[in-house]
Structure formats: C-alpha cells, structure tokens
Design a protein around this ligand. Sequence first.
Ligand code: ACO
Length: 364
Amino acid sequence: MIYHGLKGITCIETAISHIDGQNGKLIYRGYDVKELVQKQTFEETAYLLWYGSLPNSQQLHQLSEQFKSNRKLPTYVKKMIHSLPVNMDMMSVIRTTISSMGNNNMTWKPTIDQAITLTALMPSIIGYRKSVLENKSFDENAAKELNHVEYYLFMLTGAVPPKVHVEALETYMLLTLEHGLNASTFSARVTASTESDMVSSLTSAIGTMKGPLHGGAPMGVISLLDEIAASQSAIKVISEKVMNGERLMGFGHRVYKTKDPRAISLKKVLLQMLGEDQWLDLAIDIEETAISVLNKLKPGRSLYTNVEFYAAAIMKAIDMPPALFTPTFTASRVVGWTAHILEQSENNVLFRPQSRYTGETIKQ
Ligand code: ACO
C-alpha cells in the first residue's frame, strides 16, 4: 500500500497542538485557540507553545525582555541582506538569512533560547530587507519598548501602528502560530530528526512554507478576489475555474473537513474591524458562492474556506503589501516550528520512510 503525500498516516506523537478536523477545533496545549485569541498576547501564547504552560507575570516579563534584547541583526547579516539581488522574493531572503545564522551557538541540541532569538529576529529581517529595497533608514533600537507584534508593524512602516492594526495582526498571528504536522512543520522535524541544528531545521521549514499549496496561498486569494471583482460574476469565474480543474486558493484542507476555525475567527475580527466594507462583502459573497459551487462540482470532498482566505482579507485591511503575506505567516509560524524541533529533539527517531521502485528492472 502506498500512502501518497502520507495522507492519513500518523507518524509522531505531539503535546503541542491538536486539530479536530471534523468539528473544526484547534487546541494549543490544552487551550482552545478561539479562547486564547480573546485573552492572550503573542508573547503569552508563544510561551505556552514552547514551555507547555501559560506564563506568570515574572516569566512573561522575562520572555518579553528576551524578545526585545534579541532584535538586533549582526552586521554581517545586514551586509548580506544588502547584497542579495533586488528581485529576490522575501521568502527567499528570510530563508537565506535564517540559514546564515547557523553558528557555534546554534548547534545540536536545540534550546528554547535559540527559538526565542530566531523568533525575535524575524521582524528585523523582514523590516530591514524592506528598508533596503525602499532606500530608507533602519534602526532596530528605535522601537525598543514595543511588544513583538507592534515592533513588527513598526519595522514595516516606520511609525507606531494604530491599535486596531495591532489587534488584527495579533489575532492572525495567534491563530497561525502552530498547526500540527503540516508540510513545513514536517520538514522541520525531518531535518531535526537527523540531529542537525535548529537553524537548518528552520531553513527547511521556510523553503516548504513558500509553496502556493501551503503558505503561498493568500497571494492566490487576492488574485481570485481581484479577478472576480473585475468580472463582476463570482459564480461564472468560480465555476469555470473548478470545471477547468483549477484549485481555488483559500479553499480545502487536508485535515479540516468543515470550515477552518481560524477562518471563522478571522472573519469575526474583520466584521468587528471593518463593519460595512465593500471588499469584505465581496469576500463573504465569494466564500458562499465557492462553497456551493465546490459542493455541486466536487461532491463529497468537503471543501470549505481555510485560514488563508480570510488571512488575505486581514492583510489587506491592515495595509500589508501582498509580497509580505507569506513572510508574515512565517514570522508567526516560526514559534510552532521551533516548538516542534524542540519536541523532536527530546524523543528523537530518524524519519526514513520507504519508497516503491517503479523504474526499469536491471538491464542485461
Ligand atoms: N479548489 C478546487 N478543488 C479542490 C480544492 C480547491 N481549493 N482543494 C481540493 N480540491 C479537490 C481536488 O481537485 C480533488 O478533486 P478530485 O477528487 O476530483 O481529484 C479533491 O478536492 C481532493 O483534493 P486533494 O488534493 O486530494 O486534497 P488535499 O487534502 O491533498 O488538499 C490542499 C489540501 C492542498 C490544501 C488543497 O485543498 C488545495 O490545493 N487548496 C488550495 C490551496 C490553499 O488554499 N492552500 C492553503 C492551505 S492552508 C495552509 O497551508 C496554511
């Protein structure tokens, strides 16, 4: 028996998160994510994923200080980012930069301190590259007192972000910090299982995240929305695409066979944030039309909106440029990846599945 794409195969035990695909629930270390987004911050939830419990005030203070003190990019990294070709996409820049952080302080075995350092650096990497491309000045020290999400937005815009943008982005980031054994997390764990280091495992994960069937989907969602807005006929565009065998970006999921709970939470935030909004109305209309078309043309496949559909809408609402959608996903998922790398290192078994040979028999 061959399990293409390892569909339906369980190959690890994890205490980090649980996805109930039938009932549309996502749990981080015993907490329903829907509840976490109402009450906890990025820092608190990252602590939960790394350490296994929510922090007390002293632990939270310590983690926040660690985030703040690890934002500075080494000079050689800045020089390297400067020298990368201007047409290199941001995911490739992040992958290359994270890879360049491998050194004697980042060797096996992975540690929580390494995870915090690499997470803290993500906004600096993305912000610095953006400032280089735009020929603007950049100073990681300018926003010393901001929390992680505020700091990320500050690095992108050079201004203290509006509260409503911070809240929307924090909700998105909390919902996407971690998601079981998805393709990029699997990549990270495979690399960690060879007892390679944290940086190498993250580099694998970032390369996997980049693909349009995984983290690259929100760009496709924006194109879909733009195409439908221009044609003014959602049903026509969607039906033609599905009949031509195209995949609708932002729909379908390997595990969820109902609406992705993250999409539901993001839609709620958008409704609160934007209220009556032409663009959001269009997204809601497309969601309903697409689900009904998919139900008709692809019966029994249980295709609903996934997190990427409303993630694209959140990004648009907070003025995030499309080229930064997947990098922003990466800046949050780094927490889940590092938690998995740590877990893999605690009880390591090398991943080494089998393949069936379909080539020619030995030539005489
Ligand atoms: N649009 C149209 N048809 C679809 C879609 C879609 N988005 N997704 C699946 N299908 C159809 C397939 O064509 C296939 O039809 P068939 O039985 O007639 O051949 C059937 O549903 C099953 O498809 P699989 O590829 O076997 O389903 P799988 O569980 O492997 O796919 C995936 C999951 C890759 C996410 C898929 O739904 C997809 O490509 N979605 C679009 C990309 C996307 O939104 N990705 C983001 C996912 S969330 C994340 O990674 C954070």
